[in-house]
Design a protein around this ligand. Sequence first.
Ligand SMILES: Cc1cc2nc3c(=O)[nH]c(=O)nc-3n(C[C@H](O)[C@H](O)[C@H](O)COP(=O)(O)OP(=O)(O)OC[C@H]3O[C@@H](n4cnc5c(N)ncnc54)[C@H](O)[C@@H]3O)c2cc1C
Length: 465
Amino acid sequence: MQTTIPRTRIQGLNSLRIRNGSYVMYWMQQSQRLEYNHALEFAIHKANKLGQKLLVVFGLSAHYPEANLRHYTFMLQGLKETQSALSDRGIKMVIQRGCPSVIALILGADASLIVCDRGYLKHQKAWRNEVSLKAHCAVVQVESDVIVPVEIVSDKAEYAARTIRSKIKKNMDSSLVRFRHGRLKKDSLNLNVNSLDLTDIDLLLKDLNIDRSVPAVSPFLKGGTTSAKKSLKKFIRNGLPRYGRNRNQPQTDDTSQMSLYLHFGQISPLHIALQIKNADDQLQKEKETFLEELIVRRELSINFVHYNQAYDSFDCLPDWAKKTLAEHRADKREPIYTREQLENAKTHDDYWNASMKEMKYTGFMHGYMRMYWGKKILEWSDSPENAFRTALAINNKYFIDGRDPNSYAGVAWLFGLHDRAWNERPIFGKIRYMSASGLERKCDIHAYLEKVEKRIRFFQKNRTI
Ligand SMILES: Cc1cc2nc3c(=O)[nH]c(=O)nc-3n(C[C@H](O)[C@H](O)[C@H](O)COP(=O)(O)OP(=O)(O)OC[C@H]3O[C@@H](n4cnc5c(N)ncnc54)[C@H](O)[C@@H]3O)c2cc1C
């Protein structure tokens, strides 16, 4: 059990000192939770040491890149729970409307110290950079959403899972440690700072000037730490024993769905990994397979967006992939579908249409179908560059877990990132190909079609927002 936060998770973002302000401020953006939150624990520790109160602040921007009603609903459900859980611990959390960095600077003007969590996408880095440059006190960033901090693992973009695996594993045992949740000595609930009222989320959503083009998936999938922990428990009981066998079987529901909650920081990867480690000893192989996905694959994606500035464009691809796709640029494509046809699931391929509908209506798609879905966009687009743009845009529009480092790495993987060269063929060149007959051979694709139809009927009947 760890009582202090490892130094490797802590980074001073400016050279200013802690000053004598009214409170310590934790600017929460990525790690939207109370439990296993290293940034929060660090802030509690500092507030206690300074004999000050702790204010937790969240900036709610109506123009968050590519976010729509589906994403906002899921996130606000989680924030409501976190605000209430913090309040039970005597910690005031305020949510204010505006650009996150601006809100952090306004409320940080009275702070002795600003603590923030860490995000790896360009806009997340830019916000933290702005706060560190303009704040009048020390700004400290504490990593809480990976098992092994990115710079400890590697100082460059890694080539593939096989090159990053041993670097992560070398540091894994020392990172997979429980830590004790601290208590704030000075209750901060009476701090006089305004907050948006999250009692009625539907009402708040109506008042926000956000993109409403994609409906929420409530009540079937609900955001928040409680839902995350419930899903994890269910997965450990039912899915984990079959994970090795079924993780590539889209007709089953034997994966964890943790990506939804990890994306919003509603659950910590450390919490998940420790729960998995403590699961039934008989499931050693399944546990290892799951931890490979949760830690090695997920942190490879984070390594990618951290070190590859072009992560959201075709330019991010390795040279061999760009070369082989260029060599096949003139290959005949038949059929070619527009983005509208794709989004409306109007292709000749029933399997593909089902996966598009799963994504569109439920906000989620089984991992194996994500691969098939994306490979076909490459096959049916007029150029690989347009295919990349279309796949990424649709991915981020409909998936609850979209706009994540995994989204960028997942889409780039379709075009060769973190993969190797395969046998050459039209359009794809040496990029890995997937076929409908492969689906028929490897899984019960007809059971998948039935599963999706049933789920969509349920969603349409029960949708509230
Ligand atoms: C084209 C494409 C698009 C993708 N888009 C997204 C996306 O928008 N958001 C997203 O979170 N993931 C994305 N992925 C990665 C992966 O498919 C999902 O993370 C996974 O299917 C989520 O389901 P789960 O939580 O039930 O996974 P589980 O199988 O239960 O795995 C547990 C956790 O491991 C991690 N993980 C699993 N598979 C991968 C992988 N291939 N790469 C990196 N991490 C992984 C995730 O954090 C996941 O929650 C994409 C993959 C592809 C091929």
